[in-house]
Every structure is written in C-alpha cells, then in structure tokens.
Design a protein around this ligand. Sequence first.
Ligand code: FE2
Ligand code: FE2
Length: 397
Amino acid sequence: MLKKIPVAELALGMYIHKICRRWTNDPFWIGLVEVMLDDIEVLRRIQQSGTQEVWIETGKSRVLAPGPSAASTAPSASDDTTPTSLEKEVLRARVICGRARDAVMSMFTEARMGRAMDVGNVQLLVEEISNSILRHPHALISLSRLKTSDEYTYMHSVAVCALMVALAKRMGMPDDQVREAGVAGLMHDVGKMMIAPAVLNKPGRLTRDEFEIMKAHPELGVKILMETQPVAASVIDVCLHHHEKVDGSGYPHGLKGDQISIFARMGAVCDVYDAITSDRPYKKGWGVAHSIREMASWKGHFDDVVFQSFVKTVGIYPIGTLVRLESGRLGVVVEQGQASLLKPKVKVFMSARTGKTFAAQVIDLTCPSDPDGIVRIEKPTDWGLEEVDTLWAGSPA
Ligand SMILES: [Fe+2]
Ligand SMILES: [Fe+2]
C-alpha cells in the first residue's frame, strides 16, 4: 500500500515510490522513483533538500512507517455550502485539490500494480468538490487547471471531475447524476496507468505508433473498472467513450451524435478543455478564453448543446484571462459577471500604454459609475507576465 510520510520519518529500508517535489532534470531526483532506500548519503541529501514529503510503498519496505496510510485515511466531507468569495474558497479548494490528487494517485498506482482499487473515498471526495462548487462556482475549477508536470495525470483527473460536476449542475441534472458525472471525471483516464511510462510521460509529440498505443487507454480503463466494485455504468461509459467525437471521427468505436451518451459528450468537452489549458513539459497551456474560442471552432468534435452549457459554466472570459480594457488598463478576470458573461469583474494592475504597473484594484464591468469594457484578450507572455494566475489564486503554499 502507498503511504505519504513527512521526510523527517523517512528511514533506510523504506521503499520509495515517489518524492513529492517539482519535476526536475537532475538525475538524482529522477532516479528516486520505485527504489529501495539503502544509502545513508541519499537519505541525507533528501532530508537536506527542503523536500517535505515522500510516498513510500509499505508492502516492499523492510521497516514500517508510523501512523495511518494516506490511502486509508478517510477525508471528512464538509457539508458547508454557504456561498463565499473567490479569495476565501481558493484557500479551501487548494486543500481539497491536494487531497483529491493524492487519493487519485494512490488509486491509480494500485491499478498499475494490478491490484483492485479502493474506491471507498471517491464518493466523499466528489461530495467535497461539489460542495466547494456550491460555495463558489469557479474557485476549484480554476485552481485545478494550475498543475505541475509531474502531477499532470492525477490533477487532470481532479480537474475533469470538478468540471463535470459544475457542468452537470449547470445542465440541471439531479444530484445523483451530478455525483456520477464527478466520479466519471475522476476515473476517466485510469487506463493510462497501463500505458508504458515512456509513452505516457514522453516530453514531446507522440509518433503515430505511440499514439496508437495511447489510444488503447479507454479500453484498458474499462478492464480496470470492471474489476472495481461498485462502479456505475455511466462511469465505465465515460471511461470508454470520452475520446469519441460527434462526427464519428473519434475513438475507440467511431460513435456519432446520439450514439454517444450525454455523460460521454460532457466528458469529451471537460477532458479537452483541461488538457489544452494545462502546462505540459513540452508545451505551455493555452489561455483559457483562447481555448474556449478554439474549441468552438472545431466543427464536429463536441455536442453543441453540451458545449454551450460548458461555456456558461466556465465563462467566455474564464477566471485567469488577461484582458485589455477600453480605458487602456490591463487586468485579470477574477469573477464572472452575474448579469452578463461579457462583463466580469477584473483585477486591473497595469497600463497598456506605458507598461507600468499600479496598485491592483478590482473593478466590476457592470458598474455604471466606472464604465469600461473588454477590448480584447491579451497573451501574458507578450507583457512579460509569467505568473498571472497568482493575481487571483495567490502563491501556492
Ligand atoms: Fe483520455
Ligand atoms: Fe483525459
């Protein structure tokens, strides 16, 4: 079983599954995956590196770590759904995202090792994510877009889960179907655990042969889910069909239009949105508003009705979009407008004319006393802005 422990508890004789730190090219850290820790110098270097936590495989370790395992620790779901501000919910959503990512990593790793997944906590996680979305509709879905390369597959699952929950709510689905949509989002890519790491984590475009290997992940995922109890039929369906396209050009079955279930059509939109807006080792993620426009232009890919609901879910100018205003100010979208998706709240902080920053201030584009409007979307890199998301999400802890 996998267990996350503080580095202070790491000892010789423990089998390291993975070190919790940002991805690096350093061979020292790359080599510290799935290895027995039996060198005192390696242990010292890990302890002195400032790294906080490490995943160990208890079944392969010669010594035991104290305390309960992360996989078996049930998170307690908060049933608080009182609406709150983005700022406040981001703090809670960050904790929920971290917990969900760790749970997905633990479940998916069990699957990779050929063991039955323990999905006991999944319902509770989806409930937590759902409650966060009720407290603030955009905090968690915006936060789960921000992910490091080494946590991509796991955080992508959390992000698709959150988007599915928000989309299902927007489409007016009953609570039990909202929950199923969330679980389906969380599990849709479990089959990727059976793809060779050299293909799955390749830091570049896949060759035709590699893509053919990757295309097996929906069917491989179904095999895993069939051995996992209890899993709803809709969860298996999304896993199998989230890469189908309404014009029949998708895979694995080339289904068309209504042949694809509503859940799978929702999964297709949420999956692509998170994939193209996320940074990868070989490619910077597209801007959120740009991604919505691109997806709208892909005829035959998505179901129109589902896609329109999705746009209403994330906004035409999703949180984190850098925009230029008529007044010549540059700002980042921090809230969707209640009355119009075209008039969000924007945190302005820079003059587009002079390129100089000023004290950030949130303005409401629906406010008649300070009339202003969005002229266009800007690319953060064109303005030397690398960390534009910190303007609404703060700095990661
Ligand atoms: Fe997939
Ligand atoms: Fe995916």
